[in-house]
Design a protein around this ligand. Structure first.
Ligand SMILES: [Fe+2]
Ligand SMILES: [Fe+2]
Length: 342
């Protein structure tokens, strides 16, 4: 649209002074509802796993040519960024027996959700955590971490990081560690965060709880599934930081939900973004009217403010979705809101 002559003249005067009039703001930049370029999308497990296998054939972690064998999920709406959403980068990592993904630390926080294999461990600041499928392991920003595999079959897990958010704040920093990261034998977070605590110890000084075992999670989930559950999420659990009672990480929260046979949730939407991984079973999620059919291993994203509902496709089997959310960021800045359809 052609601007009036006097506005053009004013803009020409202001431009070389590195200032600009508010009258230049496009009305499209002031929507009544929050908008995002992030698109609803589903990644099939076959594509992800085959990409990892192809990378396994061509890339060796042992030779040091790459530090991690990682496949990132690229959102088609923000393809140039190679990120999964504007706040979260979700990746899949494969490690072969005998490999060591060398230690480093960075300002970005990470979690790992283990999908298959056994015998590998993650060392976070000296805590050696043996990975089993369904386990959730945290690497808060600034912690040294290394992955090593002492087993005999390939291991695959999900890596979730707050890379795009930290990038937007211009806060990315990264340090490699020289040599192998030592394991400390004297750290036992359960001693601090279980039903007992050493006399005289203060919780904040204790080692953080970084490992959530699937055996405990699944037991709680099954018990919760005896109740009616949340109308929008079914029988859903949020992983908690026991020191604060808050979310797993300052920027990301992780959840796991069980959809009972035939269960269908009500639709809702929120200003946070959610990424789901089908850990067990199969189903359909409707995102802003579009149907996404998922099976075990598939991953899909629900953009912010998009209506969504989930349904278990089976009449006899349970379905379990692991999910990650940038909700803690929105809540920290007073930007979180949600609404549901009855
Ligand atoms: Fe890392
Ligand atoms: Fe939701």
């Amino acid at each position: 649209m052609e601007l009036p002559k006097e506005i053009q003249e004013l803009n020409d005067l202001l431009r070389p002074r590195w200032v600009s009039g508010l009258w230049n703001v496009d009305h499209a930049e002031r929507p009544s509802d929050p908008k995002t370029r992030v698109k609803a999308h589903l990644w099939k497990w076959h594509d992800i796993y085959d990409s990892l296998v192809q990378a396994k054939e061509k890339i060796s972690v042992a030779s040091g040519s790459v530090e991690r064998r990682v496949i990132r999920l690229v959102n088609p709406g923000i393809a140039e960024s190679e990120m999964t959403s504007h706040t979260i980068l979700l990746s899949f990592q494969l490690i072969q027996p005998g490999e060591v993904a060398p230690a480093h630390r960075h300002t970005m926080s990470a979690f790992r959700f283990i999908l298959q294999g056994h015998g590998a461990y993650t060392n976070v600041d000296g805590q050696k955590m043996v990975m089993k499928d369904g386990d959730l392991i945290l690497t808060p920003g600034g912690c040294w971490h290394e992955h090593a595999h002492e087993g005999d079959e390939n291991m695959v897990w999900i890596d979730g990081l707050d890379v795009p958010f930290v990038q937007a704040l211009n806060q990315i920093s990264f340090d490699p560690y020289k040599g192998r990261l030592p394991v400390s034998e004297n750290i036992d977070p359960v001693t601090f965060y279980g039903m007992t605590r050493p006399v005289g110890s203060s919780t904040p000084a204790a080692p953080p709880l970084l490992h959530y075992h699937w055996r405990d999670t699944y037991l709680s989930l099954q018990r919760l599934a005896q109740s009616s559950g949340n109308p929008f999420d079914g029988a859903a659990l949020e992983f908690v930081n026991p020191a604060t009672g808050g979310p797993t990480l300052p920027t990301m929260s992780c959840r796991v939900q069980l959809l009972r046979p035939n269960e269908k949730t009500k639709a809702h939407r929120h200003t946070s973004t959610s990424i789901y991984h089908a850990f067990r079973g199969s189903g359909t999620s409707v995102i802003n009217g579009e149907k996404f059919h998922w099976q075990k291993g598939d991953t899909f994203i629900v953009p912010l403010w998009a209506w969504h509902e989930h349904a278990n496709a089976s009449t006899s089997e349970e379905a379990i979705l692991f999910s990650m959310h940038d909700e803690p960021i929105l809540k920290a800045f007073g930007l979180y809101r949600e609404e549901g359809r009855e």
